[in-house]
Design a protein around this ligand. Structure first.
Ligand SMILES: [Zn+2]
Length: 373
């Protein structure tokens, strides 16, 4: 197994701790903003920044907010909307200046907005027309990222998840992978407990589902096993207070979340989560997956379910419910049809014969448990 760094000192000097081939140059750092600006000065001097507005009051980010070429993004919703992408693209096209990189500074949503804006800048149609897989698209300016939250590896994956007028679906293209990711685990110190906790939960679920996947490749499964162990270690502690060693582990697990999802595929609780997300724009993805896992005890067995419950209790977080996000009985039919459409995820968990187990009744049963919880 590759050496997994445990302290910020080890992290800074760490060689790659993942096996899957990734497209991104990972720069481990303990001075993320400084290292980013130093590297950009020589390699991408005319960059445009997309920054999460929540960072504005935090001292480490002052130098970035002082820049003129930027878009401050309100990342309170769980994913950027296609119209946010169109807005950034319009702004960049209108300014007439040429840029050599788009830099995303923030959590998954902000990084996804940077990724999508870059590729859409080089292509003529509105972002909603590019949601999907394998579309023929031109490459935009290089994408750089400075993650401020550890999660499921948006800092290295070639996916930009977007909420469109009709559906939540990513732009999936090799040109949406960041060229450079400067990763400083300490930048998460200003993040709210809610965000730190649930983004690690999503990290845990990704790894957990990929280790059980029947269609993921071997390196992805090995990376997911390492990530699962580390995410479990982190979540076995009370995450109420920020802690440096745990932040390092979280950043390490997040990159493994990205590498494992390049050759791997998640499963049932993600399929179910998409139905929930489509019914409530205010429901964060990570919370949706937690709600789904809590209703999948019969599918994942006691292990995944027990861990989920234990992690929530350890950090003093109450079990999230669909009801809190306005989801009820009347949504079941539409959620069922969304989830049934996630064929690759059912295939990932159940294998070729998934249709023998998964039908309308089966999925409706899960949603019924969810709305009654
Ligand atoms: Zn997820």
């Amino acid at each position: 197994m590759p050496m997994v760094p445990g302290t910020i000192g080890e992290f800074k000097n760490a060689a790659s701790w993942w096996r899957t081939k990734i497209f991104t140059e990972v720069v481990p750092s303990s001075d993320g903003v400084g290292d980013l600006l130093r590297l950009m000065a020589s390699r991408a001097p005319s960059a445009f920044f997309i920054i999460d507005g929540a960072l504005e009051s935090q001292k480490p980010f002052e130098r970035l907010f002082a820049r003129r070429e930027k878009f401050v993004f309100d990342a309170t919703a769980s994913e950027p909307r296609t119209q946010d992408v169109d807005r950034v693209v319009g702004l960049l096209k209108g300014s007439g200046t040429s840029i050599d990189a788009i830099v995303g500074v923030g959590g998954g949503a902000t990084m996804d907005l940077a990724k999508a804006s870059s590729i859409c800048l080089a292509n003529p149609r509105p972002a909603a027309e590019y949601q999907g897989y394998g579309l023929d698209m031109a490459k935009g300016p290089d994408i750089w990222v400075l993650p401020t939250l550890a999660g499921t590896g948006a800092e290295i994956t070639p996916i930009a998840v977007l909420r469109g007028p009709e559906k939540k679906l990513g732009i999936n293209n090799n040109f949406t992978a960041p060229a450079v990711a400067v990763i400083d685990p300490l930048l998460a110190s200003g993040a709210k407990k809610f965000n730190r906790f649930f983004s690690m939960m999503d990290c845990f679920f990704h790894h957990y589902e990929i280790t059980r996947s029947k269609t993921s490749d071997e390196d992805a499964i090995l990376d997911a096993r390492d990530g699962l162990r580390i995410a479990r270690e982190v979540l076995s502690c009370d995450l109420s207070e920020f802690d440096e060693a745990r932040a390092v582990k979280s950043a390490v697990a997040s990159v493994l979340g990205g590498s494992s999802s390049i050759g791997g595929r998640v499963g049932v609780s993600h399929a179910i989560s998409y139905g929930l997300s489509n019914s409530s724009p205010s429901l964060p993805h990570s919370v949706a997956v937690t709600i789904s896992m809590l209703a999948c005890r019969d599918i994942y067995g006691d292990e995944g379910w027990n861990d989920t419950v234990r992690f929530l209790e350890t950090s003093g977080v109450s079990r999230p419910t669909a009801r809190e996000y306005g989801i009820g009985e009347s949504h079941i039919e539409r959620m069922t049809s969304t989830a049934l459409g996630m064929e690759k995820l059912w295939l990932s968990h159940f294998g070729q014969d998934w249709r023998k187990v998964v039908d309308k009744n089966f999925v409706e049963g899960i949603y019924r448990r969810i709305v009654e919880a």
